[in-house]
Design a protein around this ligand. Structure first.
Ligand code: TYD
Ligand code: MG
Length: 454
């Protein structure tokens, strides 16, 4: 008997290999290859396939009808923005995030809003019973006629129901719990997850149904990470947040119908997720006034400026090697900035422990945070606060020079809206926006951080 052909998949990135390797050469993750039976080359669609297309002939682009993609609003401004202005018919959206972060809650709230607006929605859960869904829905509020629920894991049954109910939006919660009938792979395994996603993609495209797919990310122990699905779907949303705070951030990491880098901010309350329309105010809530080591930075999240508090603590080390830690930003960047600072300002930080924290649970890695971090370190070292009502932003190079950043005017305007009256920035940004801001707003342009000595 011929040996059954098998193939190895990387469960992180989905790359295929003919033999097992300890490290995936594509994504460099260790011990991520799993064995799966080799599938035959797709032999067209079987007759049992309800989504069979009639013909496939090549066409020129001129023959392709262009329609402006109609968008349906989810009635949640934050979610709409991340999606690129509402949901697009026929798109496949992957929503992933840690367990318990609020994916099901977010999607249920979205479904409820869509249904209220007259869109027919089918919510398929393979994780929870109808009773559990009802309990969650009761916390959020009344669900109307247009929102149907199905607790099922068999994709064959689900696709039959999709064809009979004909919803405009379908939620599949989650891809890991779904089962593909007559699939050779193990349920929840990389083969099945791929097949399921490809199948749902076809449903989405051919029936013009928007499909939201939920995928879990766990540190390890999961057979197939949603990472490998990312290239298959139209949009990838990540829902993230610090488990100690109630803030949740929705990020688009891929979007065929909009820009990435946009974020939506939500707060998890007792009655579901609440949109945070002015995140800067929330991020700065409870910020100490006039304390050394605290600086307000203006970062950009997509098209939106966001004010965050950068805190630093510098103190003489009691260890043989000084300690440096960061929360919410990059440690390597801090190491680099302290070195630049020591060289250019003469402040002896190399013999000090330095701690940097972005308050509010945000994670910011934008280079515009360089100057605020240096100012916070400087202020903590000298034990002197910055002038009150001051914000800062700017990238710092290795020679200590300050470089311009994107959208300086937008950043200053956002800070002014929240009552800030002074801004420390690079000289070049300062010159470019000086005549566009009111004269009572003080702009301090710096060329090099060496000027901080004075
Ligand atoms: P859930 O949407 O089930 O998470 P996921 O689908 O990502 O696994 O949300 C889980 C958490 O959210 C749970 O710990 C309870 C909390 N929660 C609230 O705090 N308020 C609410 O109104 C709801 C519905 C959930
Ligand atoms: Mg869930």
């Amino acid at each position: 008997m011929a040996r059954e052909k098998t193939i190895f998949f990387c469960k992180e990135c989905g790359t295929e290999y003919p033999k097992w390797l300890g490290q995936c050469p594509a994504c460099k993750s260790w011990d991520s290859l799993v064995e799966a039976p080799k599938t035959k080359a797709p032999s067209g669609r079987t007759s049992a396939d309800p989504f069979r297309r009639q013909s496939a002939t090549p066409v020129t682009l001129r023959e392709v009808p262009v329609q402006e993609e109609p968008r349906t609003t989810t009635r949640m401004e934050e979610l709409d923005r991340v999606l690129g202005g509402g949901i697009v018919a026929g798109s496949l959206v992957l929503t992933s995030g840690d367990p318990g972060i609020g994916k099901s809650t977010l999607l249920l709230q979205m479904c409820r809003n869509l249904a209220e607006g007259g869109t027919k929605v089918l919510y398929v859960s393979g994780e929870e019973s109808l009773t559990q869904i009802k309990l969650r829905a009761m916390r959020i509020g009344e669900c109307g006629e247009n929102l149907l629920f199905l607790s099922e894991t068999d994709l064959g049954i689900i696709s039959e129901q999709i064809l009979s109910v004909r919803p405009q939006v379908v939620i599949i919660d989650s891809v890991q719990t779904m089962m593909m009938p007559d699939s050779s792979g193990a349920p929840g395994g990389p083969m099945q997850i791929r097949e399921i996603t490809a199948y749902l993609m076809r449903i989405a495209k051919e029936e013009s149904i928007t499909v939201f797919l939920v995928g879990h990310v766990t540190k390890d122990g999961m057979v197939a990470g949603p990472k490998m699905l990312e290239h298959m779907v139209d949009t990838v949303l990540y829902f993230e947040g610090d488990s100690t705070t109630s803030y949740r951030i929705l990020r688009a990491v891929k979007n065929r119908f909009g820009s990435t880098n946009e974020i939506g901010v939500f707060e998890m309350r007792g009655d579901g997720l609440q949109e945070v329309l002015n995140p800067s105010e929330h991020m700065l809530r409870g910020m100490p006034e006039g304390e050394p080591g605290s600086v307000v930075a203006v970062t950009m999240e997509g098209t939106r400026p966001l004010l965050v508090e950068v805190q630093a603590l510098v103190c003489k080390t009691t260890f043989s090697q000084p300690r440096r830690t960061t929360a919410g930003t990059d440690l390597n960047r801090l190491n680099l900035l302290t070195a630049v600072m020591q060289r250019r300002t003469g402040v002896e930080v190399s013999q000090c422990d330095t701690y940097v924290n972005i308050a509010g649970g945000m994670r910011v890695t934008e280079p515009a945070l360089d100057l605020p971090i240096i100012l916070a370190l400087w202020s903590s070292y000298r034990n002197k606060p910055l002038e009150p009502h001051t914000v800062a932003f700017g990238e710092v190079g290795l020679t200590g020079e300050l470089r311009s950043v994107t959208q300086p005017l937008l950043r200053v305007r956002e800070a002014m809206k929240l009552g800030y009256r002074a801004c420390i920035l690079s000289q070049s940004d300062c010159e470019s926006i000086r005549d566009k801001v009111p004269s009572d707003v003080k702009l301090y342009g710096l060329r090099n951080i060496g000027e901080l000595k004075k």
